[in-house]
Design a protein around this ligand. Structure first.
Ligand SMILES: Cc1cc2nc3c(=O)[nH]c(=O)nc-3n(C[C@H](O)[C@H](O)[C@H](O)COP(=O)(O)OP(=O)(O)OC[C@H]3O[C@@H](n4cnc5c(N)ncnc54)[C@H](O)[C@@H]3O)c2cc1C
Length: 513
């Protein structure tokens, strides 16, 4: 079988294909799955809505990268615009733009899935061989703390000074130039993203990849998928160019990621008994910035190289959270809803002296925390609703106090929240100023780079969308292999969990052909 990469501009007439497995989406889940299936001799066709780019396209310019490499040109948000949603859209999916932090799935999460969601057979011993394989292929290894940039160093040193848990991170890099521009696509192929690892593996083994090609509808009959209907897009505008692609696979694997995989199912009239799109989790992120006398230059150097799980478990009634650093490139640092007006001007003028630390709330673990919901709006666009619960507000408040204390312990002159106007704190004695502000929707800037769930895994068709073998309940030849199957948030960055689950899913999908 001869593999190929076809970009939208090269498709001039309708295309009709048949194959063993059609994979929709080329991100963390789809790529790992594709390589295994193609190397196993199966005829694989992959459809990717985003474009195919190489390192020469990555010029470190945020203004170029965000429209080119992110969903909705990086303007995706919840329906009430309270949460900005950063999510990738190109060959390689979010791995093209992610910040390379890798963690195996924590035991406490796997235990939670077993005891609360009935998921058997997913324990660290079972997953270990899968993680071993992807770690080897993606060069996942510890990034020495000595190479951490000053931004991450503030987190590390602040936590150490407070006696809090902290440590270096593992990253999927090989030959990393430490530029810090992972979020705009790696210009030196240091990041071991899907477009330079598992995608070429799959193409060499015979996979046919169609970039700029968005799956719009799944045709199905009597509990079986019969075809996938896709449109070829104009890369510049994102609008359909005219030609259509119809794939008739023996097996369909959906790997469009959280939000988009449920959306495609909903558009196709496959709502899984009303469960598709529900239980969507975001690891909601808040940012606290600290101004330092020394230059931090948080836009240079590996975006994330130290983390803290000091507050990951705050008991059965409160959301846990973890703390990391975020890159400080100017456009990212001025996310919608951040500083405004004069505050924004002052912030930008002093950007080199600001460190940006983030907290990520672990949603989906508390009883009754069902997270957000994906739906198709009347205008046909994807909608995402995500409630700001009292527990979330309490988690944000607690995380603000922790991050302010870290900054102060690391020597910050002044610490700003991303309320509008910001709370400004210069000493621990002023921490109570945090109580004077609210932590609900639109009270402060919130974003997500980790979308999870929407097609939750579980043994019971009454409470989940896919079985533990990734097969959609009630649809014989449809598998979902991406972040949408996660039944809760993880409490760690999700990419490696998705790589590992996709590696494990190869067998189930292959056996279904
Ligand atoms: C800025 C940023 C930083 C991040 N940093 C980290 C990090 O440091 N560590 C970490 O672990 N995680 C990080 N993540 C998250 C991580 O990259 C994702 O969780 C992971 O890649 C999700 O994998 P996935 O397979 O579910 O989806 P994705 O990797 O998002 O891939 C889905 C792909 O499917 C395509 N698609 C969707 N619908 C269709 C359709 N209908 N037709 C055709 N194609 C379709 C999309 O265009 C996309 O390319 C980050 C994410 C972002 C955005």
């Amino acid at each position: 079988m001869k593999g190929s990469i076809t970009i939208g501009a090269d498709v001039t007439a309708d295309v009709a294909l048949s194959c063993d497995v059609c994979i929709v989406g080329s991100g963390a889940g789809g790529s790992v799955l594709a390589a295994g299936l193609a190397e196993g001799g199966l005829d694989v066709v992959m459809l990717e809505a985003g474009g195919w780019f190489t390192r020469r396209d990555f010029d470190l310019q945020e203004a170029h990268a965000y429209p080119m490499l992110y969903q909705d040109r990086a303007t995706r948000a919840t329906e009430d615009l309270a949460i900005s949603v950063l999510q990738g859209r190109s060959v390689g999916g979010s791995t093209t733009v992610n910040w390379t932090t890798c963690y195996r799935t924590p035991d406490r999460i796997l235990d939670h899935w077993r005891t609360v969601h009935g998921i058997e057979g997913l324990d660290s011993a079972t997953l270990a061989p899968h993680f071993d394989e992807v770690e080897a292929r993606l060069s996942i290894g510890t990034w020495p703390i000595e190479r951490a940039n000053a931004n991450n160093r503030k987190l590390y040193d602040g936590c150490k000074a407070l006696g809090w848990q902290t440590g270096p991170m593992r990253r999927n890099v090989n030959g990393c130039a430490n530029s810090g521009y992972c979020g705009t696509g790696c210009p030196v192929n240091g990041k071991q993203a899907m477009a330079i690892t598992y995608i070429p593996d799959a193409v060499v083994a015979g996979m046919r990849l169609f970039a700029d090609c968005a799956a719009r509808r799944i045709e199905h009959e009597d509990g079986r998928v019969t075809a996938v209907h896709a449109e070829v897009l104009d890369r510049a505008t994102g609008r359909p160019r005219g030609p259509r692609v119809v794939v008739r696979p023996k097996v369909l694997a959906l790997s469009g990621g959280a939000i988009n995989s449920p959306a495609l199912l909903l558009r196709s009239g496959m709502d899984g008994g009303g469960r598709v799109g529900r239980r969507t989790f975001l690891h909601p992120v808040t940012v606290v910035v600290g101004r330092y006398d020394d230059e931090v230059a948080g836009y240079y150097g590996a975006p994330q190289s130290a983390g803290s799980h000091q507050f990951i478990d705050r008991g059965p009634d409160r959301l846990g959270f973890f703390m990391e650093a975020a890159p400080m490139q100017p456009m990212l640092a001025s996310l919608p809803g951040s500083q405004m007006g004069l505050d924004q001007a002052r912030f930008m003028q002093q950007l080199p002296h600001f460190a940006g630390l983030i907290s990520l709330q672990v949603d989906g673990l508390l009883p009754g925390d069902d997270g957000g919901r994906v739906r198709i709006r009347r205008d046909g666009r994807i909608g995402l609703r995500y409630p700001f619960t009292p527990a979330l507000a309490e988690g944000f408040r607690a995380a603000h106090e922790a991050l302010v204390r870290v900054h102060l312990a690391a020597g910050a002159r002044e610490v700003w929240t991303l309320h509008n106007p910001p709370v400004r704190i210069s000493s621990e004695a002023e921490l109570s100023a945090l109580d004077a502000r609210r932590y609900g929707a639109h009270d402060l800037s919130v974003f997500t780079a980790h979308q999870m769930g929407g097609c939750a895994m579980g043994p019971d068709p009454e409470t989940s969308v896919v079985g533990t073998d990734h097969r959609m309940h009630g649809v014989d030849n449809l598998f979902i292999v991406d972040g949408s199957v996660l039944p809760t948030a993880l409490g760690v960055n999700p990419s490696e969990t998705i790589y590992g689950l996709a590696h494990r899913a190869r067998r189930f999908v292959g056996e279904a052909v």
